[in-house]
Structures are given as C-alpha cells and as structure tokens.
Write a protein that binds this ligand. Structure first.
Ligand code: AMP
Length: 402
C-alpha cells in the first residue's frame, strides 16, 4: 500500500510518499513560497538507500499549482517513483486542530470538512491551510480516499481536571477554551515505540514523552493514553521553546500592553516569535547557543539553564500525575541530537529513579537507544520521532478494509 502524507501550510505543502508494505520512504519534499514572486520546490527521490535531490524555482500561484508540481515530481520518469497517481492508495492529511470533535483519524467527507472548518477559530493560521490542502487533493486525486489525522487527537483522552483552565466555566462552554495539546502524532508514535523497545504493550507502561524541537511539548502517557500535556489551547504554552515563551504569568500580557504601549497583537507576536531561547540570548537554534555558551556567552548559558530546568520541572510534575513511571523518552531535533540538554534534564533526578548513562547518552542519536544506567529504575530512551509514518499508519488503518 502506498500512502501520500500531506502537511499544507499557508504558503507551503510538505509531502512524503511512503511504501507501507516496507514502511519505507519513496519520495519527500516541500513546495514553498506559494504565491510569492518566486516559489521553490525541493524534492527527494529515494531508491535503494540512494537519495536524488531536485530543486525547481518558479512562480507557484496557489496550492493547486503547488500540488500539480508535486504530482509531476512523484510521477515523472526522471524524479518520480510511481508511474501515475492511481498507484497511491490513500492520502493522509495533517490537520493541526481537531478540537473536541476528533479523537481519532477520520475519512474525509463533506461533514468532516465542515467539522474541521468549525475548529478554524481555534487554529486560524493552520486549519484553513490544512483544509486548502484537502480541497486541492480532492480535486486532483479523483477517487483516492483522503484521511485527516489531527495533532490534537491523541490528547483527547485527558480528563476535565487536566484540560480545564480555572476560568469561568462558561468560557469553556461558550468558547471551548481548554487545553488541547499538540504534537499528538509524535507523542503517540514515541509512546508506542518506547513500549515496543521495552518488550511491552503500550497498555502495560506509563511513560513521559519529551518532544524537544524548535517547538516543544511534554506528555504524560498512562497505558497508551494521554493524561496530561504541556501545550495548551495553543502551542504557546508549556516549556520554553525556540522563540515561544511557554508558561508565563498571564497578567504579564496586560502589563506589557500598558507599559510598552503595544497592541495585544504586537505582544502576541513577541510571545510567539521573539521569546523563548531567542528572547533570552538572541538565538533559537540550540547548536548555535551551545557554541556561543562554550565561548563564554553568559546569556546563552542562561538560556540553556532555563530551558533544561523547565523541562525537568514538567517531567517532575508528570511523575506526580502518573504515580508510577516506567520510561522517559526524548525525541525531536534537540531531544534526539543534544546530549548536553538530555544530561542536564536528567541530572540529579535519582530521587525519582532516573539515572542517565553518560556513555550511552553521548552524541547525536539517530536510532532508538536506551540511555539510562542499569541502576536506573526508570528507563530513559531516545526514540527518533516519525510523525509522517504515524500519519501514514493511521491513514492505512482507516482505508485498508475499504
Ligand atoms: P525540530 O523542530 O524537531 O526539527 O528541531 C529543530 C531544533 O533541533 C533546532 O532548532 C535545533 O535547535 C535542534 N538541533 C538540531 N540538531 C541539533 C544538534 N546536533 N544539537 C543540538 N540541537 C540540535
């Protein structure tokens, strides 16, 4: 079975074509700067371990043209891996916000599209773009089934005590203000696969999944089900991120508006794009920050200290939420590649049963690996995430019996 995974943004379309019989990547790419004077498509074709890259620069008017271009790429004799789109069995679409309507992936029809659209106010930058990707795919791929996989669906198992904010209850009833959580496909993939590495079923273990990328979130997973997660109604909440502030005292916003004479929109942009690691030391890439800290930049060192301290506190909180923890699993750009961050997060956590093995933790880790010491009662793992594979698996589960 061949599944095309689509992640449509407001001016981009990311794609991966996967052969699900072997769970291997056939082609992947991104169409960017849709609507700009010059658009760009970067495409990679994978054959027997070989990678062939093609870059095309030209104007791309809209998502429909972008999708045409990616179809051309995956089907042409030069860059392609299939002879026609008819070989694609299904398309899995990443949809950011499923609200309370979706606790699992869904085959897309008119009522499902309407339900996604209803959640647009909760993700005004993402959901409309995701819907455009769905519309265009439906126009260009004929009868091929389309499936929506939601970033929020894995977190729908949280109980009200975890997902409600202590605001007037009507705000939840009228406006659906609550914690939704994001990165759900990543947390689901990592929780399932760390259990597999431990020789257990997901239902047998409690794990804390630690997704540290440019955006980051931490999730408490009990017996395969999310019980709490650090992101909130939006991805701004939780740990400190590349350029997002994470948890702050909400009263700070009004204070900045007043003292700096800024509009709410301006403050919102600062909290999303100028805060986090970038706000503290001017850089948001952890590699640059470590380099600068090593050269004596105190702000860079402070940024790393703040980042790892906050991750540590969330892990501690989720020990309390779960009662018993069998494993902590790191993933994403920083979680997989950054031994300094992993070591700092796990430092002095032996009181909770976590002890890292410095040798096993050393360096970048690109395959699943246990990094805890034998004496550690809680296992610590690095599990490289694969959100596209998870979307393809969820898509396949829906279409395989059709
Ligand atoms: P992601 O959002 O998962 O793609 O992660 C992106 C982030 O991973 C970047 O902003 C970097 O800070 C971080 N990253 C990637 N490679 C490394 C590395 N070798 N060491 C430290 N951080 C890294």
């Amino acid at each position: 079975m061949k599944i095309l995974v689509i992640n449509a943004g407001s001016s981009s379309i990311k794609y991966q074509l996967l052969n699900m019989d072997t769970e291997t990547l056939m082609a992947a790419g991104i169409v960017e700067r849709i609507g700009d004077i010059q658009g760009v498509l970067s495409h990679k074709k994978y054959t027997d371990g070989d990678e062939q890259k093609t870059v095309i620069e030209r104007r791309i008017d809209d998502h429909k043209q972008g999708m045409h271009l990616l179809i051309e790429m995956i089907t042409s004799s030069e860059t392609g891996v299939i002879s026609s789109t008819g070989e694609i069995d299904a398309i899995g679409h990443r949809v950011v916000q499923g609200g309370e309507s979706f606790s699992r992936a869904s085959l897309i029809d008119a009522p499902i599209k309407a339900a996604i659209e209803k959640n647009n106010p909760l993700a005004p930058l993402h959901n409309p773009a995701n819907l455009t990707g769905i519309e265009v795919a439906q126009q260009l791929f004929g009868d091929t089934p389309n499936v929506a996989v939601f970033d929020t669906e894995f977190h729908q198992t949280m109980e009200p005590k975890a997902y409600l904010y202590a605001l007037p209850y009507e705000f939840y009833q009228e406006l659906k203000i609550r914690r939704y959580g994001f990165h759900g496909t990543s947390h689901k993939y990592v929780a399932k696969n760390v259990a597999a590495e431990m020789g257990k079923n997901p239902e047998e273990v409690n794990v804390i999944t630690v997704h540290l990328g440019n955006g980051g979130s931490i999730t408490a997973v009990s017996k395969g089900r999310c019980v709490d997660t650090s992101m909130g109604m939006t991805p701004l909440a939780g740990i400190m991120m590349g350029s997002r502030c994470g948890d702050i005292d909400p009263a700070i916003i009004g204070y900045i508006v007043q003292e700096k004479s800024l509009s709410y929109q301006e403050v919102d942009a600062i909290l999303n794009k100028e805060s986090g690691l970038k706000g503290i030391c001017g850089m948001n890439d952890m590699r640059d920050i470590h380099e600068s800290a090593a050269q004596g930049n105190q702000r860079a060192k402070l940024a790393v200290d703040m980042f790892t301290y906050r991750v540590k506190k969330y892990i501690g909180a989720y020990f309390a939420a779960l009662g018993r923890v069998d494993a902590v699993a790191f993933t994403a750009g920083i979680g997989e590649n950054d031994d300094i961050v992993r070591a700092a997060v796990c430092e002095d956590m032996s009181g909770l049963g976590m002890q890292i093995d410095p040798e096993a933790n050393h360096g970048r880790i690109s395959t699943r690996k246990k990094i805890s010491a034998e004496s550690s009662s809680v296992q610590i793992w690095v599990i490289p995430t694969n959100e596209e594979l998870q979307i393809a698996q969820d898509t396949m589960a829906i279409v395989k019996d059709m």
